[in-house]
Design a protein around this ligand. Structure first.
Ligand code: MG
Length: 285
């Protein structure tokens, strides 16, 4: 046994003793919840912080390339004759710029699920922390004369809280025109983000997209797991150059795809569909 394994065993032993001592009060409040490890990782791990910092550092390198190449565009909605337009980057907000893990942690503790009834008050509290590396990248882009657009599926009534939260941490927001583009601000701005990317692309060369979800890059609503793999392959030259993905293990279209977007199924049914979506080792013994 290695020292590392011994240490882990000893720590587990002490933890078990502690658990026994408090078992009567702890058990009822600590029901298993599929959201817990992902939220813990996002909120507390240096592994998450280092990975998001790496993604944003890569974005800086790629931004330099993008600015040097007038033919470079990151938006599928860009259209023709864009080479002379001023450059812009489009960032998603939730789990790309702002860390909402405290909301997710509250969902676990309250044994609740995402709902717009609790999400809007959370937005209005404006307490989300920066995703590590995001501010440094945005400031770098701004220093290079790149316009910053925040394109979020937060709904229009959450705009004031969103702006307040971004400003609290010094994220630059150009107030000369709308650069915080939320869902439903215009009739055609639905949850698919393509119409809003097209809106930015009318006046700007979109040099980079940053997000935590496939929909932040390409409209692929209701794509199943196999179709998502095809999209990954189809745009393989865009990922990690024009399109920078931030890890979000807490929620996203990846989860919906695993149960065919049957969000109204019971927790048990969704859990079974997730189990069925995985591949398994078949031990030969
Ligand atoms: Mg997001």
């Amino acid at each position: 046994m290695t020292i590392g394994k011994m240490a882990r065993g000893a720590i587990a032993g002490f933890a078990a003793l502690g658990a026994v001592a408090t078992a009567t009060t702890a058990v009822a409040d600590n029901e298993a919840n599929d959201l817990m490890n992902a939220t813990l990782w996002t909120q507390t791990s240096v592994e998450f912080k280092a990975s998001s910092m790496a993604a944003f550092k890569l974005a800086e390198v790629m931004l330099d390339r993008a600015l040097a190449d007038k033919d470079w565009t990151a938006a599928l909605e860009q259209g023709d004759n864009y080479q002379g337009k001023p450059p812009a980057v489009i960032l998603d907000v939730d789990e790309t710029v702002l860390d909402n893990s405290e909301y997710e942690a509250w969902l676990i503790k309250a044994k609740s699920h995402y709902s717009s009834k609790t999400w809007l008050p959370y937005i209005n509290d404006a307490i989300s922390n920066p995703i590590p590396g995001s501010k440094e990248f945005i400031n770098y882009a701004k220093s290079k004369g790149v316009e910053i657009f925040y394109l979020s599926n937060r709904k229009a009534p959450g705009e004031e809280g969103t702006r307040k939260n971004l400003k609290k941490f010094g994220y630059p927001i150009n107030e000369k025109f709308d650069t915080v583009l939320l869902r439903g601000e215009r009739e055609e701005w639905g949850s698919a983000k393509g119409t809003r990317r097209a809106h930015v692309a009318k006046d700007f060369r979109v040099v980079m997209l940053l997000g935590d979800n496939m929909g932040d890059f390409v409209d692929a609503r209701k794509a199943n797991l196999a179709e998502r793999e095809e999209i990954l392959e189809k745009y393989k030259n865009n990922w990690s150059s024009k399109w920078i993905m931030i890890a979000n293990p807490m929620y996203g279209s990846w989860e919906g795809a695993s149960f065919d977007y049957k969000w109204r199924s019971s927790d048990e049914e969704k859990r079974q569909m997730k189990m069925d979506a995985m591949r398994y080792w078949k031990p030969k013994m």
